[in-house]
Write a protein that binds this ligand. Structure first.
Ligand code: PMT
Length: 222
């Protein structure tokens, strides 16, 4: 029998939404369930890889044989990924990381005050962009969650974040994006659109994405 496609490779996958604290009982997050990232982690494991799954907010059960590191904020996720970055072969950023967080997290529950409340938000670190700037041989896979102009934004993100592949999904399409067991993805490489996959289970999307990745790492285009 043939050797599994990702045998001997270390794969780091991020999944789920980040949690950005306002105070001990309140936070900012998003609709990511973690299903896409967990499916990728499980598929990578099945293909023989050593897998580290860095998970934000999710209720998904950890796949068998996989180390799961639980994190809250984007900053926590960044630090967890960095620990494994140097010796990883493939990094998949399927997590939905907050672009902004509250400037300060109140140490105690905030009291109700006037008729309006203004929260000051500050930019979070862009994990994928930071990795893209310092990658040395790692195969970097980004995601793009879009509601419009998917093709334009996907190409722009692939270039700016220096990805080897970028998986774009229209999160307004039925059966695609957040929370569903299925997805519809458009995969871009540096040369442009590589694959338009139909509606598939997230497990099948994960498998096809990693097969494409393995081929590309072996120098096979498309
Ligand atoms: O978790 P599910 O419910 O299964 O849903 C799957 C999904 C919709 C979350 C997934 O398919 C997806 O699209 N993930 C990326 C979500 C996202 O944050 O997209 P973005 O277009 O805002 O970010 C682009 C890329 O930069 C992503 O790889 C993201 O992880 C990364 N990023 C973004 C901001 C930031 N501060 N740091 C980052 O690394």
């Amino acid at each position: 029998s043939e050797e599994p496609l990702l045998q001997g490779k270390k794969v780091v996958v991020t999944a789920g939404g980040t949690v950005e604290r306002i105070d001990p009982v309140r936070y900012i997050t998003n609709d990511s369930s973690g299903k896409m990232g967990f499916a990728i982690a499980a598929a990578a494991r099945q293909m023989g890889a050593e897998v580290v799954l860095v998970a934000g907010n999710t209720t998904e059960a950890p796949p068998e044989g996989i180390t799961v590191e639980r994190v809250q904020s984007g900053q926590d996720m960044y630090e967890a990924v960095l620990k494994h970055w140097q010796d990883s072969d493939i990094v998949v950023k399927s997590a939905a990381v907050a672009d902004y967080r509250p400037k300060t997290a109140a140490p105690k529950k905030m009291k109700k005050q006037g008729e309006t409340l203004t929260l000051e938000l500050v930019k979070t670190i862009d994990i994928l962009e930071t990795l893209g700037k310092q990658k040395k041989g790692q195969f970097l896979i980004g995601f793009a969650a879009e509601t419009d102009q998917l093709d334009t934004y996907a190409r722009e993100k692939l270039v700016r974040k220096n990805c080897d592949l970028l998986v774009a999904n229209d999160v307004t399409a039925a059966g695609a994006g957040f929370g569903t067991d299925t997805n519809i993805v458009h995969i871009y490489g540096p040369e442009g659109l590589v694959a338009d996959l139909p509606l598939l289970s997230k497990d099948e999307v994960a498998k096809q994405l990693l097969e494409l990745t393995a081929r590309r790492m072996n120098g096979v285009l498309s």
